[in-house]
Design a protein around this ligand. Sequence first.
Ligand code: SF4
Length: 472
Amino acid sequence: MNKNSTLTPFRFRNVSDKLLLTNEIGKFSFYSDDLMSRFYDDELSSGEIDSLKQQSIIVEDSEQWKLLSLLRNTRNATKSDSEKLSYLMVIPTLRCDLSCSYCQVSRAPINAKGFDWSEDNLEMFDGFIKSNGSNGMKIEFQGGEPTLRIDLLERIIEISESYFTDLEFVICTNLVTISDDLRKLLEKSNLVISTSIDGPESTMTANRTEDTSVSKAVIENVKWVIDNYGHSKLSALPTIATDQIDHPEKVIDYYRSLGFRSIFLRPVNYQGFARKSYKELSQQIESWQKFWLQAMNHILKISKDDYFEEFYLGTLVRSIFADRASGFVDYASPANYASHYCVIDHDGTIFPTDESRMLSRTRQIDLSIGNLEKGLDREIISRLNFNAIHHTNEDCLHCAYLPYCGIDIIDDLSRYERFDISKTTSWHCQKHIFLFDFIFEKVANWDVEWLKLFNSWIHRSQNTSDALQIFK
Ligand code: SF4
């Protein structure tokens, strides 16, 4: 390296038999695995020096603009673009007509009193959304079962639309029943529904409904929505529990039989009330990885004839190679809690994420950041945010995957009751290292079959050109 040049921060990791180097903003390249020793002995080849210059790791004095460009991109990647909410989750009621075995938030019995939004909450919501909402935002109704209070949903929609245009609403419902009022609401073009389908009727009965006739009704209602409005009206999520962990093909094939082209494979979440009965399973990262690899190989086979995506891996692939932000609050750094996302509970308490609501309900830790009456508590939010940045964490700081990764201190709190643990021992880190290694091994080995699949996910279409330059 000549004296008239600067070295910018970079990180490295062995992937297959190569050395992966990433720069500060995630520009990557592969080198031979003895690069670092030759780097310090000043024995790099001219080709290697050129490649390091291309990554802006070596910057010539005559190319100072590269430093400014790096600085600007780093700043853009870490700053929050707006103080206004772009996503709001609302819990109009905690009551539910089901009692799923891993219900994470507990739920209140269907006839319980005091678990619905009050008239006062509605009035205060008016002021809250007026000052914190934004045009184009998404409002998601969670529960409990939000369709038990369609009247509240209608009022919240009406209030929000009186201040903002171009809103999108999502009702997360168990789809046990579709009432006439829900049918009417479904006519709204800016309203979609999201539901949980763990697999065929037998799985639904074991995991959720405990009643075959209810499982049948749910599946019939799913088909009714698809038949009447198409797949764009409905998204579905499975939760993978004990019975399914050895058979990923079953749930994937079931989703395909319903016409879905994507699946989001999630293990039971080690949070809230779920941890009581599924504690072991949710901590067994190895069995999850085995399940996941089996699932991916099945998806690879499917993709020879049809488009099919695993949503989370697809999100990572797009964010690495196409530079698209994920939108997950637990997959960002800084997490910027409450700057673009928050959750309003059934009693008007505000939380930074849904997971933090669960931790508070189980009395593990109070992570509330305000309420509808008093608004957001900026002091608590900044204390949370101070710790929710991986760029200053001693493990992440040296990790080649830092530019693509996030931080999840709420998951750490849930599993380990503190977040000042070594990140490399955490579930969040082990999961992401595993996924990033999976992706970069395919690139390092130039595994064309997988790269074509990643390419289809980036373009969200099977009919893409076979040009794989995006992975170079
Ligand atoms: S959490 Fe793990 S994978 Fe992510 S940046 Fe930190 S060390 Fe790397």
